[in-house]
Design a protein around this ligand. Structure first.
Ligand SMILES: Nc1nc2c(c(=O)[nH]1)N[C@H]1C(S)=C(S)[C@@H](COP(=O)(O)OP(=O)(O)OC[C@H]3O[C@@H](n4cnc5c(=O)[nH]c(N)nc54)[C@H](O)[C@@H]3O)O[C@H]1N2
Ligand SMILES: Nc1nc2c(c(=O)[nH]1)N[C@H]1C(S)=C(S)[C@@H](COP(=O)(O)OP(=O)(O)OC[C@H]3O[C@@H](n4cnc5c(=O)[nH]c(N)nc54)[C@H](O)[C@@H]3O)O[C@H]1N2
Ligand code: SF4
Ligand SMILES: [Mo]
Length: 734
């Protein structure tokens, strides 16, 4: 294989005469032109999920022909998951938006030039700021890849409104860990002897190298793996035990585990004494949470709870409760309290900063990029209220409350909305409510495809080029401080942008020019990247060439952080805070106490609607990928799961089509009746229910939980409470 510089490679592509930038191409012509072309191996970072795994992409005559995993990258160590392969192929998906678009009617758009788009957007934006206020401008994105540029844009305008998707993902967890620990710790799967996963499907919500570590521990060293999940998820299938808990009751399960650890004197006394603040407040509030009490609530037998608590303690500190992700942290009225219990149980086990327990990650310090910043303007309070005085004071301002946006548009508080890399119409609750977004005076969506949000709400669609067609600022990938080495990696341009699409920075430059902010975007990705990596002694050429660089000089002994002999977490006491003062609002206590879920199924045909990831789909985006949807079709994987016994009582069997109805929606779906699900709930895979007619593969396939879920805000962390919804299930004629 001949290595080429990028300049050479572009020259060759041009010389062989293949239009490398067109989405519609004749395969025959391409094969002919490419017959003798060299294959070049370039690297980038996958965009299939937040793991950003390292990829090698093989390019022939300007086109991507194959991809494989970067063997060094900590997240994937040479592997690519099915979604990653699907995302690579999606570069040629005909449903990409290929040029800027302007709305001309209901779901109707016509192409316009970039210049015209920038000029009209600039004019409207200036008008809105003049007529209303800077505070009526909001930037909404998945987060956080657009933040660097969005910050400059919002600073220039004088708006504080940067809002991310996290309320639909793990905002309870981040809120709790930042208050109780002021840092994050992660399970050291590889070296653990006992792992308890509750509401975290490691084999479905995939980190390729993470799963390898779990299997290494269980298969090579006999570590025990216990999975608590209302559904027998993919991880449960490779676990020693599956515990089908009643959904929404994990908090009671955790309180009872803590009860056993304390009453049987199994907790780590030294750790609790030296590094924990307010243990007594926690314990006094929860003395009565016995395993028998929890059995009534959770359907997990008291003896099983005792056994799990004792096993955890026996193997501690090489044992942990996995710190979780989306599964419990955005789903319930009690998600914040269960996240608090996650910290508390691990602290009681004394596994923090211990090999085989929970460890901090290794990291490097990037340099700052000194660019010309806009003059400081006084900003008003955040429009969504996150972190401001009032009902959302405890919500982290860096995350925001995306599900409030349609309401804020309706109230006239948001007038201009820039939506980057985000599809709230499909990934936030209640699509009909989300459609109100279109009533803002100016909606600009910056996607890659014809997602629902763009089609229904945008005045302008400004298509970003695909992740393999652009360079982005370097990121760090952190593993465990003891045995993984910190890495930096960079997404680089593997092929030229297709059709008339642009990277975000160029889009920002175009808008900035029209609003007088050009000078603040007078830099390139390379300028910024260089400043970041310079202090690390790495050149940009080296990073671009290597894709991923590991710093082999770390390997730190894990220790609870101390300063002058005193505990030194960045919390008020320097210790793990079992009670969070900030949470003592609206009738909450600082320590977790039992709070039941907000809604409960009552009738024979009522179920809690729960959901989960499938290993070959990412959120909603991959459901427009023909290859990945072929997997769904092959396995009838769009079906809704229902417990077999309950299905029998309703006269429902596998393959039947049923009606599912909540207070806001009624849909039909095929079912799978199975013993592998708790009887209280029905489960839907989370990828389906596309309703953008311009995303043809996804359109009309399956249902989505967000269809049925009213928009709500959990009062402490601001999550959407994605499983606080009851549906009625009926077979027509029954
Ligand atoms: N394949 C795939 N991988 C992904 C993603 C993806 O979209 N697809 N997305 C990435 C992202 S952004 C995230 S947030 C993570 C999510 O990773 P996870 O949090 O693991 O994903 P989920 O499937 O949402 O939830 C995990 C499990 O929680 C279970 N569960 C639901 N309700 C309850 C309950 O009340 N109690 C208990 N104990 N369990 C419950 C579900 O049945 C499910 O098996 O995955 C990441 N990786
Ligand atoms: N229906 C459904 N809703 C969900 C989930 C789910 O699994 N299903 N999961 C929940 C969780 S855990 C999360 S983290 C959130 C995720 O929420 P989202 O971020 O909204 O989900 P995605 O479907 O990954 O992607 C959204 C949009 O990003 C755009 N996009 C993709 N790649 C690029 C790119 O390179 N550049 C630009 N500019 N745009 C791009 C696509 O247009 C896509 O429509 O959703 C939450 N809600
Ligand atoms: S886990 Fe899969 S989809 Fe996510 S970044 Fe890695 S290869 Fe891509
Ligand atoms: Mo997520």
């Amino acid at each position: 294989m001949v290595k080429m510089t990028r300049r050479n490679f572009l020259k060759t592509a041009a010389a062989t005469g293949v239009a490398s930038t067109s989405l519609k191409f004749s395969f025959n012509e391409y094969s002919k032109a490419a017959a003798n072309a060299e294959v070049e191996k370039r690297h980038t970072l996958c965009n299939g999920c937040s793991n950003m795994c390292g990829l090698f992409v093989y390019v022939k005559n300007g086109r991507v022909v194959k991809a494989e995993g970067n063997p060094i990258h900590l997240k994937n160590k040479g592997k690519i998951c099915a979604r990653g392969h699907g995302m690579v192929a999606d570069i040629y998906n005909p449903d990409r938006v290929t040029r800027p678009m302007k709305r001309v009617g209901e779901q109707e758009f016509e192409p316009i030039s970039w210049e015209q788009a920038f000029s009209e957007i600039g004019e409207k934006l200036t008008g809105i700021i003049d007529e209303h206020s800077a505070n009526s401008v909001t930037w909404l994105e998945h987060g956080v890849r657009g933040k660097n540029y969005a910050d400059i844009f919002l600073d220039y305008i004088g708006s504080p409104n940067y809002i991310t998707h996290y309320a639909t993902c793990f905002s309870s967890k981040t809120n709790v860990w930042s208050r109780m620990m002021a840092t994050n710790l992660f399970g050291d799967h590889e070296n653990s002897d006992y792992m308890l996963f509750v509401g975290r499907n490691f084999a479905g919500g995939i980190i390729p190298n993470g799963m390898r570590k779990v299997l290494k521990a269980t298969r090579e060293r006999g570590a025990k793996l216990v999975v608590v999940d209302p559904r027998c998820c993919e991880l449960a299938k490779v676990a020693d035990e599956w515990i089908p808990i009643k959904p929404g009751t994990d908090l009671a399960f955790f309180l009872a585990i803590a009860h056993v650890l304390v009453t049987e004197d199994l907790k780590d006394r030294k750790f609790t004494r030296e590094y924990v603040e307010n243990f007594e407040e926690f314990w006094n509030a929860n003395r009565n949470c016995t395993p028998e009490w929890a059995e009534e609530i959770t359907d997990v037998p008291a003896d099983k709870i005792r056994e799990i608590a004792r096993d955890l303690a026996k193997h501690a500190p090489k044992a942990f409760l996995e710190t979780g992700y989306h599964g419990l942290n955005a789903h319930y009225q009690n998600s914040v309290q269960q996240a608090q219990m996650n910290v508390i149980i691990n602290a009681l086990l004394g596994n923090m900063y211990q090999r085989g327990g929970l460890l901090p990650s290794a990291s490097v310090e990037f340099g700052q990029f000194e660019t010309k910043r806009p003059p400081e303007k006084e900003k008003g309070p955040r429009v969504d209220g996150a972190g401001e005085e009032g009902p959302y004071a405890t919500v982290e301002a860096v995350r925001g409350i995306p599900q409030r946006v349609p309401q804020l548009v309706e109230e006239g508080k948001i007038k201009a909305l820039f939506i980057y890399h985000y599809n709230p119409l499909r990934t936030c609750p209640d699509p009909e409510y989300q459609k109100k977004i279109k009533d803002a005076d100016l909606v600009v969506s910056m996607p890659i495809d014809w997602n629902e949000t763009s089609l229904y709400t945008a005045d302008y669609i400004l298509p970003e080029c695909y992740f393999m067609e652009r360079a982005e600022l370097p990121v760090q990938t952190s593993g465990h401080i003891t045995h993984d080495y910190p890495q930096i990696a960079m997404r680089t341009e593997v092929v030229e942008p297709m059709e008339d699409t642009k990277p975000l920075l160029d889009i920002m430059k175009g808008i900035a020019k029209e609003i007088g902010a050009e000078e603040y975007f007078d830099f390139t990705v390379d300028d910024w990247a260089k400043a970041m990596i310079e202090p690390l002694g790495v050149t940009l050429e080296h990073l671009k060439e290597a894709g991923c660089i590991e710093f082999r000089n770390q390997g730190i002994d894990p220790k609870f952080p101390l300063e002058g002999g005193e505990p030194a977490l960045n919390t008020p006491s320097g210790k793990v805070e079992f009670s969070v003062g900030l949470y003592k609002v609206n009738g909450f206590s600082g320590v977790p106490r039992w709070i039941p879920p907000k809604v409960e199924p009552k009738r024979q045909d009522e179920f809690r609607l729960i959901h989960g990831k499938q290993p070959w789909h990412s959120h909603h985006i991959t459901s427009n990928n023909p290859y990945l949807m072929a997997i769904s079709e092959q396995y009838d994987a769009t079906r809704m799961w229902i417990n077999k016994e309950r299905a029998d009582k309703l006269g429902i069997k596998t393959g039947d089509t049923v009606t599912v109805e909540s207070e806001i929606a009624k849909k039909e779906v095929e079912v799978k009746a199975t013993e592998l699900l708790h009887p209280d709930c029905v489960w839907v895979p989370s990828a389906y229910g596309g309703f953008s007619k311009k995303a043809e593969t996804a359109y009309g396939v399956g249902i989505n939980w967000n269809d049925f879920l009213p928009a709500m805000v959990e009062p402490i962390a601001g999550s959407t409470m994605g499983q606080e919804v009851i549906v009625r299930v009926r077979k027509e004629g029954k």
